[in-house]
Design a protein around this ligand. Structure first.
Ligand code: VAH
Length: 321
């Protein structure tokens, strides 16, 4: 991975992966793309940025050739809650975009990464320590696109030799760019509100455990997998990875260690609660550890300290507190 084109560069993962790769590979070796362009945004202004709708195959191929990239990291997709509001559009964007990116990777002989998610599992998979290889019967459109995406990436590897790699991300927590339209977003919102208002009304019910990870561990996982020895990879698309599994009351308790007066209340959103309940409580990531040495560094309290410290600094700089 020496020169990379990233789609969805303005998203929660993309914005941090662009920053990391610009640092690791150099500004001229990262081509950040997104369907929108933002004013005063470092992703758009501190390196190479191109507007790109991933449903436009010709433009995607033109950019990959123009910049002579050796890798495509395809992140552009709708997340779970948004996809449930418009499932047909979600299928169209998620699958047309993925197919276009894989086709360009095939034609230009590029390395390829696109994320899957714990959403690829459904309610009939064992919910605790869910195995890497098991039944995959998701009941959300987002999950359907993730399972289909895994199968498509494996197909392009087996039939065309595309070096495609993928991880099943858990919920990702970060302070730089807020996620949009996810089910696990509560685990980000709670930190924002803990500092801004001292309370949070959670839309996910107490006791609802989901796998989660701090963004630094997620970014490190992508870089590590993409640089891993291909001879060691048995699974490819897509590796389970996780750092922790918690329910809302557990992240609230972690916050209270640093903000004792923090108050948590609940107003469950039935749609996102149903999505959350269809996903595992915890997944088994032993294959990622065995095949490419995945090793997360943040547990819940270390993440809470980091989030509260960095968000306090961010809000003070923005004059919000
Ligand atoms: C979502 N954050 O909530 C994403 C993720 C495992 C959850 O795929 O849709």
């Amino acid at each position: 991975m020496k020169k990379v084109l990233i789609t969805g560069a303005l998203g929660q993962i993309g914005s941090e992966l662009v920053a990391r790769l610009r640092n690791d590979l150099g500004l001229n070796n990262v081509i950040a793309t997104d369907v929108r362009q933002l004013e005063n945004n470092p992703i758009c202004e501190e390196g190479i940025f191109e507007k790109l709708d991933v449903k436009d195959y010709d433009k995607l191929k033109e950019l990959a050739q123009k910049y002579q990239v050796d890798t495509i990291v395809h992140l552009a997709a709708l997340l779970s809650a948004t996809a449930e509001k418009n499932p047909k559009f979600a299928w169209d964007l998620n699958m047309t975009g993925l197919m276009n990116a894989l086709e360009v990777a095939k034609e230009l002989k590029l390395k390829f990464f696109a994320p899957s998610s714990i959403a690829a599992y459904g309610p009939d998979a064992n919910p605790d320590n869910t195995p890497q290889d098991t039944v995959m019967h998701p009941t959300t459109m987002y999950g359907v696109t993730k399972v289909a995406g895994e199968l498509l990436e494996n197909y392009y590897y087996l039939k065309y030799g595309v070096d495609s790699r993928s991880v099943r991300f858990p919920g990702l927590i970060s302070y730089k760019v807020e996620p949009g339209g996810g089910t696990t977003d509560y685990a980000v919102d709670i930190y924002y509100q803990a500092i801004l208002t001292g309370k949070y009304e959670c839309y996910i019910a107490q006791g609802t455990k989901m796998d989660m990870m701090y963004m630094d561990d997620a970014i490190e996982a992508v870089v590590k997998l993409m640089n891993a020895d291909p001879e060691r990879l048995i699974h490819r698309n897509s590796f389970n990875i996780t750092a922790m599994s918690f329910a809302p009351e557990e992240v609230a308790a972690s916050i209270k260690k640093y903000i004792p007066n923090f108050e948590m209340t609940y107003k469950v959103d039935p749609v996102r609660q149903a999505i959350a309940e269809s996903w595992p409580n915890s997944i088994d990531d032993s294959c990622a550890k065995a095949e490419w040495d995945f090793s997360p560094q943040f547990d819940l309290d270390k993440m809470t300290q980091e989030m509260l410290t960095k968000l306090t600094k961010k809000f003070k700089a923005e004059g919000k507190i």
